[in-house]
Ligand binder design. Structure first.
Ligand SMILES: [Zn+2]
Length: 131
């Protein structure tokens, strides 16, 4: 119980704040956070880090047939973003009239993702806005 609620909390924090972590031993940054550094194993020394959300598009694709949750948004772009601070993050790319391109600069924004159920629970998530 304790464990599942803290991992849920970690997920929520990561979702709202782009919180990952960085290994102080080798400076490799991770998002989502990892318990152990992939390079250092037992020698890892993980510290929480909040990424500022600046990055560039590493790859992207247009979604024409979306999952039900996003059916009203299609077509839309999703991409793999390489954050300035290191990690690769997958996310929606905001349609602001700027056509996404490989290497294009983006910045993370928090946006409404979808509304669920009769009570209209609103989920927020980061999306990337082309600059
Ligand atoms: Zn390391």
């Amino acid at each position: 119980m304790e464990r599942s609620s803290s991992s849920l909390w970690r997920k929520i924090r990561a979702r709202y704040n782009l919180v990952g972590n960085v290994c102080e031993n080798c400076s490799t940054a991770y998002f989502p956070p990892r318990i152990v550094c992939r390079k250092c194993g037992r020698k890892s020394k993980m510290e929480e880090k909040r990424f500022n959300g600046d990055g560039e598009i590493f790859s992207f694709t247009k979604i024409r047939v979306p999952p039900d949750t996003f059916k009203d948004e299609a077509p839309y772009f999703i991409g793999i973003i390489k954050l300035k601070e290191g990690p690769m993050v997958e996310g929606h790319i905001i349609d602001n009239g700027v056509e996404p391109e490989i290497g294009g600069k983006v910045r993370a924004q928090f946006r409404k993702m979808y509304v669920e159920g009769d009570e209209g629970l609103i989920y927020y998530h980061y999306k990337f806005e082309p600059l």
